[in-house]
Design a protein around this ligand. Structure first.
Ligand code: KIV
Length: 313
């Protein structure tokens, strides 16, 4: 009896010690796996902003947008960077621009994507009006974004005028991704979504924007909707990676809006989008098959219900 009690005590102590050593030896597993359902116990650390910067001129950086936990879980094993873009205003909420998107919306979606990922660097867009007023406003809202989502960095659209803000944030510990060229938040001042940099002076301005944002300390820069030659020249000129969208395969990485590349968003398809799946079509077909089953009383079948009654013939 006493021997059994002693054996039980030893077993309990061993188990407690094992739990303790797992916790001490691999804190990152417990921190980074929160809420992702990763039970493997394998060490998993998130790709950091400096790691992405170090990829300049190396293996292309793979990036997709994501807005929800399940989509982040699906994409995370395949990408280096998950971008919670304010494009969600158009592809999820049905707005006709990104302007109505609020900080609270971005925080909710940023936190959802963080919960659904363990490996990719998560970058969240600062929405229109949340950073342009002053460096202090940008800092205050970026701190909220970092604290409430757990993201690794924020993204901001803007060129030379935004450089002091980028520097202010970076010096205070907030990694910033820049965004130059076609900047959807400036659709009203740019006069539409047309590709940028056709005219020489416009191209020179975008080049100056990219240089200013890189020199202000951005860890990488999205280059959107510009002539290929300009994208290549910017990539060669700045010391941080360029992430192209509608730019050039010569950029240091690429990003696409996930709903575009999966064929889930069909309101329009920009020239630079390549469809890798037709999920919108698959959803329509599935809904039609379900509707036919319900109308024909073929769903639910006996395998989908509890205590199914025998059908009288
Ligand atoms: O809002 C967004 O999704 C973006 C990327 C496409 C670059 O800014």
């Amino acid at each position: 009896m006493a021997e059994n009690k002693q054996k039980g005590l030893i077993k309990a102590t061993m188990m407690a010690l094992r739990r303790l050593s797992v916790r001490e030896g691999d804190v990152s597993v417990h921190l980074s796996d929160q809420g992702t359902g990763n039970q493997s116990g394998a060490r998993q650390t998130r790709i950091s902003c400096p790691e992405l910067t170090a990829r300049k001129g190396g293996d292309p950086i793979v990036c997709l947008t994501a807005y929800t936990t399940p989509m982040a879980q699906l994409l995370d094993p395949h990408v280096d960077l998950l971008m919670v873009g304010d494009s969600l205003g158009m592809v999820l909420y049905g707005f006709d621009s990104t302007l109505p998107v609020t900080l609270d919306m971005m925080i909710a979606h940023g936190a959802a994507v963080k919960r659904g990922s363990i490996r990719a660097c998560v970058v969240v867009d600062m929405p229109f009006g949340s950073y342009q007023e002053s460096t202090e406003q940008a800092y205050r809202n970026a701190v909220r974004m970092m604290q409430e989502t757990g993201c690794s960095a924020v993204k901001m659209e803007g060129g030379r005028d935004l450089a002091p803000t980028v520097e202010f944030l970076v010096r205070r510990g907030i990694p910033v991704m820049g965004h130059v060229g076609l900047m959807p938040q400036s659709v009203n001042t740019l006069g539409g979504y047309r590709a940028r940099g056709r005219a020489t002076d416009e191209g020179a301005g975008i080049m100056a924007d990219a240089i200013a944002i890189a020199e202000a300390g951005a860890f990488s820069i999205v280059v959107e909707g510009v002539m290929e030659q300009l994208a290549v020249a910017i990539t060669a000129r700045i010391s941080v990676p360029t992430i192209g969208i509608g730019a050039s395969a010569g950029c240091d990485g690429q990003v696409l809006v996930v709903d575009d590349m999966l064929g889930l968003f069909s309101s329009f398809k920009p020239r630079f989008v390549k469809r890798y799946a037709e999920l919108g079509k698959a959803v329509g077909e599935a809904a039609a098959a379900y509707a036919a089953d319900v109308r024909g009383r073929n769903f639910p079948g006996p395998e989908h219900i509890f205590g199914a009654m025998k059908k009288s013939s």
